[in-house]
Every structure is written in C-alpha cells, then in structure tokens.
Design a protein around this ligand. Sequence first.
Ligand SMILES: NC(=O)C1=CN([C@@H]2O[C@H](COP(=O)(O)OP(=O)(O)OC[C@H]3O[C@@H](n4cnc5c(N)ncnc54)[C@H](OP(=O)(O)O)[C@@H]3O)[C@@H](O)[C@H]2O)C=CC1
Ligand SMILES: CC(=O)N[C@@H](CCC(=O)OP(=O)(O)O)C(=O)O
Length: 337
Amino acid sequence: MGFRVAVAGASGYAGGELLRLLAGHPQFELAAITGHGTAGSTVAEVHPHLVTLADRVLAPTTAASLSGADLVFLALPHGQSGALAAQLPAHVKVVDLGADHRLTDPAQWAAYYGGEHAGAWTYGLPELPGQRGLISAAERVAATGCYAATIILALDPLLASGIASPDDIVVVAASGTSGAGTNAKKHLLGSEVMGDLTGYKVGAHQHVPEIKQATGARSLSMTPILAPMPRGILATVTAKPMHRVTEDEVRDVLIAAYAEEPFVFVQKKGQQPHTAATYGSNAVHLQAVVDLDSGRIIVTSALDNLGKGAAGQAVQCANLMLGLPETTGLPINGVAP
Ligand SMILES: NC(=O)C1=CN([C@@H]2O[C@H](COP(=O)(O)OP(=O)(O)OC[C@H]3O[C@@H](n4cnc5c(N)ncnc54)[C@H](OP(=O)(O)O)[C@@H]3O)[C@@H](O)[C@H]2O)C=CC1
Ligand SMILES: CC(=O)N[C@@H](CCC(=O)OP(=O)(O)O)C(=O)O
C-alpha cells in the first residue's frame, strides 16, 4: 500500500530536493506541495530540473492544504514550523526539516535561535544508538541539521565507545552555499562566492547545542566556512583520546559502529572523504586518523547537505515512521564528476 505525502516549503532548496526524491519513491504519492511567496507558481517555474512534476502548482502553505496527507514534510524557515504543525490533525505524521523541534532545552533555543521554543520532538537521526526504534514509533520527528548530521556521525562513536574525551572537541567544517537557502541568494552571488573562503557564525553556530545534545559532548568549538560549491559539507572533528590510540583502533570503532548501517561508509585506509562523492546521495563518508604530532583523533566526514543533511534524512525517517524499509527511494551512490 502506498502513502500520500505533502511538502510544505517545496519551492526552497530542501523542498526541491524532497520533491526530487519523492518523485522517484515507489511507495509515496505526492499530495499537496506548497510555497509562500511562490504559491500559485508551477514546479517548472521554481525547479526546472524536476520535469516529471513540471505542471504541479504550489498551493499556499496552510494546515488545510496539507491535512489530506498521511505524512507532511515541513521545509520552512526556522520559527515557521511550530504553529503550522500544531494545526495539523493528530493522525497526520510530520517530519520537520527545520530546527524548531530539535532542542530539548528552551534555554539553548533562546541562546542560539531566539523567540518562543516550540517544544522537542523525537530526534531524526536513525544511526544514533536507540534512535531508530523511537523514530519508527513517532508521529512527529525533527530531522537533523546539516552540519549536525555530518558532525554527530563522526563524533558519536568516539564518545559512545569511550575512546575520546567529551571535552575539548574542535570542529572545522565547510559547507556549500545551498545550506543557506534560496533567500540568501542576494548575499551569495557567484561573483562574490567564487574564489573565496570565509568563516561565518564563528564561535556561535546554532548546531553546537544540537550536536552536544545528541552526543553528550561537554565542550565543542565549531568554525563553519562557506565554500564556493553548490552542495556538500566536509567536517573535520578533532578530539582528545582518553589514552594513546592507533589509527587502526579508531577506525575499528567507526567500522563497528556503522557495520550494519546502509548509508554510512568508512573509507579504506589512506582515503579521505570528498564532498563531490556524496552529491545527490544519502551517503555519509567517514575517515579516521591519529594526528602524528598531537596524538589527537581526527575524523573527517562528508555528506550532501541537501541529501543526508536534509531531504534524504527526512525521507529515511519517513520510511521508518510509515513501516517501510528504511532505504526505500534513497540513492546510496553519488553523482560524479
Ligand atoms: N539548505 C539546507 O542545506 C538545509 C536546510 N534545512 C532546513 O530546511 C528548511 C528549509 O531550508 P531551505 O530549503 O534551505 O530554505 P529556502 O529558503 O530555500 O526555502 C524556504 C521555504 O520556505 C518558504 N517560506 C519562506 N518564508 C515563509 C513563511 N514566512 N511561511 C511559510 N513558508 C515560508 C519558502 O517559500 P517561497 O519560496 O515560496 O517564499 C520556501 O519554500 C530550513 O528550516 C532549513 O534550516 C535543514 C538541513 C539542511
Ligand atoms: C551555508 C549556510 O549558511 N548554512 C547554514 C545551514 C543552516 C541550516 O540549514 O540549518 P538547519 O540545518 O539547522 O536547518 C548555516 O550555517 O546556518
């Protein structure tokens, strides 16, 4: 039996990637698709790459237009999901791609986002130990942030195994420009982004509390960098080992943590993850080394911010919530070159 799914915020980058995945999903039928300023436009006008949906028209984003679906994906700006989700009937399952329902601590929400805290939902990262069952049983799921997914998947096995200290974790991570959404266009003109690297939100990125909440990290410093590419995140996660460790020991921790995971790939020794290798897929590529000088553990992690970082993650959660095989409709191989 198939399911009817709806997408709110379908004109955005995350919404567009959702439409692309849902159009190829064998068990999902697209019910409503909605936009805000673009309501009334066709998909051809906002996403010319989605030719099989070209004539579909975006409805306004209202509870009434979304309520006919079995499951609704919300791909709206921060602060817009809470009120809308509260108006949806209880029998409609919801996956929120935004941040509104990720944090359990209202004080952390206030510190990093501001405004009223909408309350926490089940956190949508199936690879976290114990989380898959919770997602399967949930009616409402808050999918991960894009940086958060990249970093949590690199860090959690280190902390869960006790091989690394939860204190003094340092992350440097570069993101493609689609991470900033379509509204950032004016500030992300190609002529300004091409040939440039810059840090932003340095020392105060909103995904820090999310990563700490998911992994139990106690102290984490994160430096995000805007990279001149449309998609992809590469994170380097550097942690202090609890005792002297070898590269093989750290790699074994990652390999054991993800042995049964369909979307997480620990690279062969000597290889490093490439963002381009994850484009268009729901895969995460990881590698671990031990720093020759400091002895610190360095895990590098790459994914597609619109794939496993957003739309792919959301579809993975939706599959679980609807009792489908988790990998249904999700590409594992990337697109290259
Ligand atoms: N981009 C990414 O890599 C990731 C994004 N996310 C999250 O997904 C969500 C969407 O992100 P993204 O697609 O990048 O953002 P975009 O800015 O590209 O898209 C935002 C969408 O929300 C709609 N919208 C804008 N304002 C309002 C409003 N006031 N009320 C209702 N709808 C509105 C827009 O409609 P219209 O265009 O018609 O005005 C558009 O469909 C965000 O919460 C983001 O943080 C999560 C992980 C990764
Ligand atoms: C390049 C860029 O600006 N990226 C955004 C990603 C934010 C995002 O998508 O946030 P959520 O995943 O929490 O929804 C940023 O760093 O804020």
